[in-house]
Design a protein around this ligand. Sequence first.
Ligand SMILES: Nc1ncnc2c1ncn2[C@@H]1O[C@H](COP(=O)(O)OP(=O)(O)OP(=O)(O)O)[C@@H](O)[C@H]1O
Length: 464
Amino acid sequence: MSEHHSKSKRKTGLEWRAAAWAARHPVLSTGVPALGYAAATAPEITVAAAGTGLAAAIAWGRAHPDSFDSLVMPQVRALRRRWLSLTYTGPAWRRNMREAGLVREHPSTGQVLVPRILRLRSYSAAVETVWVKLLKGQTLKHWTDAAEVLAACFNAERVTVERIAPTKLALVVQRREPFTYTIPAPAVPGSVEEVDLSAVHFGFDEFGREWTESVVNNHLLVAGASGSGKNSVLWTPLFSLAPMIAEGSVRLWLCDPKQVELAVAEPIAHRYASGEEASAEVVAEFLEDQQATQAKLHEQGLRKFTPSAETPLNILLVDELGAVLAYASDRMRMARNRQGMALVGSQGRATGHVMWGAVQEPTKDTVPVRDLFTLRVCLRVTAAVHPEMVLGDGARTRGALADEIPNIPETAGIGFKVAERTRTPVRVRAAYPTDADLEGLVKHVLAARGAHEEQGGSHLRLVA
Ligand SMILES: Nc1ncnc2c1ncn2[C@@H]1O[C@H](COP(=O)(O)OP(=O)(O)OP(=O)(O)O)[C@@H](O)[C@H]1O
């Protein structure tokens, strides 16, 4: 009660609000008048200085397009969006906030309170990030619930909401498709020393950052409708691993129940299975290998393995999980596969046994071991429930609109993953290895393996 009485019903004066605004935007509030003053008192000098600045910017842009695009363009785009667009400039922002139901009335003065923009960055012409200060009493949920309306108000394709501090959040506003080009397969590293298992290249994210993942500590699940580009997510990391595949410190166990997709990699695989029956055998063998390694590590008193030719990193790559876990005719065999993969999923990482699998229909019936996959990617899917199934509860509400990716060849390899720390969906695109790239990879590994064996052989002969 007393608090209510002590508050005045009158609003803060306009001049004080203007002063507060000027303090929050020092560059604009001092820069614009200064420029006006300069232009009025010494127009020639101002024009000359502006001309020199512009010429310097053009020269920079032409001489070093890369640094210009990464350092200058985000600022220029952000300035344009913030002060010239119809989304974030004062009245437009207030109207958008009102339409999304994100304004509040001050309890005593009745003044309409509008959440403030703290910062805006535009990493590419397709995506911008807007930091916003929450109003008192607002939670992340108010904003995630409003995400769809916000996208409509901003005239954007998608808005993702991410909490960055207790009272601050970031809106990722995707205006159009950030990936308008195919990402080429990565180069094969020159030596084993250049391979970093904790940061293997998969492609790029919507902010133009490299998309890398650890392959030692993760079981990888890729979900996507037919033709969504699942294979590119499974193939791309193999390029970065090539020197270790050649050396034998990474071993591929390939299951190709559909008998088409993986055949090209057979020559470099440690085990290769074509068809359901053979796939089941490989799953069983993989589990045996895992258990043998467990026993060996136990004997040596080790709790954790480090990948080497003696204790390699083993990757069980299953081209269509549905075919080994759910759709096959032999129920006993499927039950064994399910049990085997559950044991790999729950215990494999400690011994260097990880599984990578692709699936079209990510339901629990198709992939009962779904939750054991620690790294999940959701490409274009056919149902709005799929993104949640793959990426976790609430992923779609937070912006993983994988079911809205258009079903056209140009979107293949595009999808979402969630950031580990914040669980926020990030749009990513996998690189696309062509058939020729894959043949090149296989040839490269075989040649390097040949060279290894020759060296190993001569070394043995020397020792003898
Ligand atoms: N990462 C990518 N970037 C660009 N284009 C891609 C990418 N991945 C695949 N494509 C294109 O999309 C087509 C379909 O891909 P693909 O058949 O591998 O999809 P999938 O989901 O792996 O297949 P499946 O139909 O076997 O489930 C490819 O022929 C290729 O032209």
